[in-house]
Design a protein around this ligand. Sequence first.
Ligand code: NAD
Length: 497
Amino acid sequence: STREDAVLLRVAMIGTGYVGLVSGACFADAAHCCVVCVDSNAQKIDALKRGEMPIFEPGLADLVRRNVQEGRLSFSTDLAAAVRDAQIVFIAVGTPSRRGDGHADLSYVFRAAEAIGKSLRSPGFTLIVNKSTVPVGTARRVRELVQRNCAPGASFEVVSNPEFLRQGTAVQDFMYPERVVIGMWENRFQRQHECTAFRSAPLHLHERRFVADTEPGFDTRKNAQTLMTQLYTPIARISGAPVLFTNVEEAELVKYAANAFLAMKLEFANEIADLCEVAGADISVVTHAIGLDARIGPDYLQAGPGFGGSCLPKDTRALARIAQELWRPCRLVETVIEGNEARKRRIAQRIALAVVGNSADMNHVYGRCIGVLGLTFKAHTDDTRDSPAVFIVRELVELGAKVRAYDPQANHREVHQILGEDVELVCSAQEAARGADVLAVLTEWPEIRQACDALGPEGLGSLMRHRVIFDARNLWRPEDWLHSGFTYHSIGRPTIY
Ligand code: NAD
């Protein structure tokens, strides 16, 4: 109805990738706002307009379809028009690692900021929200860029709102976050001031008062807080998640610190797994037991081939660089990064050793056939960016192995772009196993386990040239392979011969 339309918030989402598309669809759905998702990639926008999803994410296709049908979600390449009509503009473009130095590449963010500045409504107020993961100080530079490019009468504010969703469970994570962090501008010396103007906020917010009502900038900051509160209230209500209002620097750091901590847990589990192998212990028993300690928790303790994906590697690298530049190096994070790189290489070597067996001569890998199950950096996503599986396959190919790989979701074109034509991509676990000297499990897809279980050791063994499995994800228990005729290698557990 028109009365309803009148109160809908109007949001523009700049960047329609994993974060932009999921956030846009979820805001449209939960917060009942009108969202235009913008992307400079016209193919992506065309596909979305045809109703095709550019990424695989459970529950996303239905959510997008419903909100498009109900008129709250649309797609466009026209950034200027979307920004002009919006009350809230999100920046959700990529911030990949800059080649060479590990710094976050902010060129996409800055280009978006300039374009947003040029298109701001004037007169009128627009809230610009940075959702991309960015180094401390970026919001300040975004604010300067917008200021330099906007029309004189335009009024705006920049806030920082890092995103914590995980690929594979992105929709669920967005709708039921564990916390929402919103970084606002603060004049440090004003911290003591209690500003009462925001007291009427509808939620129980863990908020700080940012600007006293006599200060310049009060109106835009109040507008910013009101709009963010309005946008997140439905999600906070449904999920019970706390909304933390912090300063901008804190919000920017929270995201990197959280990812670095998760990476550290994974690397820790991997180091302990290596120790288990020589000590005669089983890593799954050890991590289960330590994870029961509430101070440690069971998550991110799964030993494997090294962490990967589009976030943990690049965000740990970026945090290490930020810390070095601020003369407070984070040694722990630097060690985690080095440990993880070494780990991926070591797992590739262990697979190669499983091929050559007792000869231990890597030259003998040449021409041998390795079946690979899983290429994405984890299950339930189609993403192969910085995937340890892809790294390992490349190492094996460089040793001269013939690799035949299967993944239920990885995009074949993208994999060929990264790995060239040296890798044969097949459409089932059976085909990957056919003629293999070793079968290497590199991603924990349930489909992969199911396919192998359905064949059974006999069926699988009859397809392969040698009965050797290297399970880098501990999909099975070692004892499942006793008396199977297989050599079963896994991570941090005894090998079964
Ligand atoms: P992505 O590469 O999937 O999507 C980014 C999109 O932005 C691309 O489609 C690109 O075409 C578009 N784009 C770039 N410049 C543009 C411009 N000027 N105008 C319009 N569109 C533009 O990236 P992503 O995985 O969604 O990540 C986005 C940000 O969110 C990154 O900073 C990332 O670190 C962070 N993040 C990602 C995740 C995740 O799980 N992927 C989780 C939390 C945070």
